[in-house]
Design a protein around this ligand. Structure first.
Ligand code: ATP
Ligand code: MG
Length: 427
């Protein structure tokens, strides 16, 4: 292996500091795997494995965050201000198929033995270079995903490994070794025992990857999808996959932007015609999504894959729709529509979608009111005209807003007061 992982100086610094105190330390996990793949990961996190116990790590560094002391993990700030995970060598002792219970180990060999796949069980050190007892580098070269040790046992220990494996195979375009695949298939029913939080995090990692379709196809083929998302009775077919891949956008740090919209597409295709907000909320609540995530995905689902003929033909209806969604959710809906256009799954043509976008933008530019507060009259004006305080004022403003949506030229103080007074006197 003549690849040299481009470890940041801060990482080398942490390794050096630990080793100067006599604690053997290695870089492990995704960063090493991705360096050998020749592609830095989408989220480059450098993890260190060390012989030092969490207490010793804690004593050695000033700026730490106790991330999971009981599992041996301490977050240590490097000289670059980045928080790195430093984890004591450990091996799994008892496992319940949900989460392994760990004990500290004395060698890096033992630590690598507990890792899930050969490609994730490679250690690297700035001077000692690679330590790769399971041939992970060779597997990467051959694009072969293999479990470390006996696949059946490893998946039984922690069912999440099944989903992780499908993700690595899907996103890195690797073949799954036949024994590992058999182990996965046998373990699929066990996915039902995983905590919803772990499933959700893993699903979001998949949806956050550049091209999720490979993994989602494997989810379907292995039967994993049917266990973790049983509500999607339609399954994930080619149209859904193409549209999900078609959702693009900036992946800003810590934001689930793209993933949430792809989730909306998944639900749009999978939950069938009856994808209403209640169904969406039910599915997402089961997966322990937050309220705001549920609202966001629900809004994106409500827009469908493209504008219906009513939105295109009726300006007042379109404005009412825009107002009810609000600008942030509209942007989400538009991104889903553009994805559907890219994927060829849009119910309408490119022209219609762009026409709708242009009209919505023109309204914004022309200051067409989107809420009662944007109207050229306010409740105060009506009170000054002698209206009695009460709900009738709100109802009148709402009617004025509807009238302005029919004809934006009406949004002028005098005209609106005239309209309101006409209504008022008709009471
Ligand atoms: P990603 O690029 O998605 O972060 P990763 O391999 O770095 O992939 P992490 O969840 O960051 O995944 O875990 C870091 C390392 O810890 C893995 O490379 C693997 O060696 C080990 N690991 C993580 N989760 C498990 C698990 N469930 N079972 C066994 N080993 C695991
Ligand atoms: Mg990682």
């Amino acid at each position: 292996m003549n690849v040299n992982p481009n470890a940041p100086p801060a990482v080398r610094g942490l390794i050096k500091a630990l080793e100067e105190q006599g604690f053997e330390t290695w870089a492990v996990g995704g960063a090493i795997r991705d360096a050998l793949r020749g592609k830095p990961g989408e989220r480059e996190d450098w993890d260190l494995a060390t012989r030092a116990t969490p207490r010793e790590v804690r004593r050695l560094f000033r700026r730490i965050v106790p991330l999971g002391m009981e599992y041996g993990t301490v977050g240590v700030f490097g000289s670059d201000g980045v928080l790195y995970e430093v984890t004591t060598f450990r091996h799994d002792v008892i496992t319940y198929g949900r989460k392994a219970v760990v004990a500290f180990a004395s060698s890096v060999e033992e630590d690598l033995a507990r890792r899930d796949f050969t490609v994730n069980a490679i250690a690297w050190h700035p001077k000692r270079k690679f330590f790769d007892p399971y041939g992970g580098a060779e597997d990467l070269k051959r694009r072969l995903l293999r479990a470390v040790g006996d696949p059946a046992e490893r998946f039984r220990e922690d069912y999440l490994r099944v989903l992780r494996g499908l993700r690595f195979a899907g996103t890195f375009e690797m073949e799954i070794h036949p024994d590992t695949w058999r182990g996965m298939i046998d373990a699929v029913p066990g996915l039902a025992h995983l905590s919803m939080e772990r499933v959700r995090e893993e699903l979001l990692r998949v949806l956050d990857s550049t091209v999720p379709s490979g993994t989602l196809e494997l989810y379907e083929r292995s039967g994993a999808r049917a266990v973790i998302l049983p509500d999607l009775h339609e399954g994930i077919g080619p149209s859904a996959l193409a549209t999900i891949d078609g959702v693009r956008g900036r992946r800003t740090e810590g934001s689930r932007n793209v993933a949430e919209l792809r989730l909306a597409v998944l639900l749009l295709f999978g939950a069938g015609k009856e994808t209403d907000p209640a169904t969406v909320a039910e599915i997402l609540e089961r997966l322990r999504f937050s309220k705001s995530e549920i609202v966001r995905v629900g809004a994106a689902v409500s827009g469908g894959l493209g504008p219906g003929p009513d939105l295109l033909g009726d300006a007042a209806l379109r404005r009412r729709w825009q107002a009810s969604l609000g600008p942030r959710h509209i942007r989400d809906v538009l991104r889903v529509w553009l994805a559907a256009l890219r994927a060829g799954t849009s119910p309408v043509g490119r022209h219609e979608v762009f026409q709708l976008i242009a009209r919505a933008r023109r309204d914004l530019r022309n200051g067409v009111p989107m809420s009662m507060g944007d109207l050229a009259v306010a409740g105060r004006d009506l009170l000054e005209l002698g209206w009695a305080p009460g709900p009738e004022i709100g109802r009148t403003l709402r009617r004025l807003l509807e009238a302005v949506w029919e004809d934006p030229d009406l949004n002028d103080r005098a005209t609106l007061i005239e309209l309101a007074t006409g209504e008022g006197s008709a009471q």
